[in-house]
Ligand binder design. Sequence first.
Ligand SMILES: [Ca+2]
Length: 264
Amino acid sequence: MLAAWLAAAVAVAGTPEEWSSSYDARLSQALGAEPSEAIAVYEALVAQMPAQQEQRGEVLYWLGRARWSAGDLSGAKRSLESALSYRSSRLRARSLLGRIALRDQAIQDLPFVQDYRLNTTPWVRGWERGKDSDLSVEDGPDGRALRWTTELADGQTDFLAFGFDTDRDRVSSISLSVRSEGVPAKVRVVLEDSDGQLWMSSKQTVRMGRWTELTLPIADFTSTGGIKSLDARTLRSLTFQDLTALHTNSRGSNTIWIDDLTVR
Ligand SMILES: [Ca+2]
């Protein structure tokens, strides 16, 4: 019903000005609808909008969101990737693509061991800065390893992340080798549980030009709030934060290598 009404409204909409005035109302109606209805609405809108119209990016973003809610992951990714070329929706689309990738590439079986010969899994490049190609597998100082190119800028942190989908298997520790090329790095690992509560490691110093082995028992993570204790069967994601720019005056590009990730 809603879809039919909106499709009709789309058909009679004329000038870009008329578009803009009714467009927000249409979007908010679709937001309250069932995903299948909303998808029909957004598809009708996208079909009618010229490619160069900036608002098309927003509709593509909402179409991607609705497809994601309906469980259509590949359709969601297509819409969101299309939305990336519109300035107004790029950040939101990239953020949702990142969150989808977290779930897509989540660690399922424990123990999980990665020596970074072939690919960058399970890491997802943080979606607030840089670009996806900042993360690659390359010949490093001691064989193949994960290479992460970061940019040290005033007041700016950066991150990588991966998801857990371990079917309530208990995670007990995370270890990895890290090496920073340009400056000694400062990093921290943050865990999120299924309630959205965050748990932090202490800040870790990564040596410059040498490997630093980080071993992080889950029991050592502390909560940022709340009083419950961490249930290591309910971890949802891990974020590897690069805090280096807050601890050095150096600016510009840095390379962080990661190898031998083990999750037990
Ligand atoms: Ca390796």
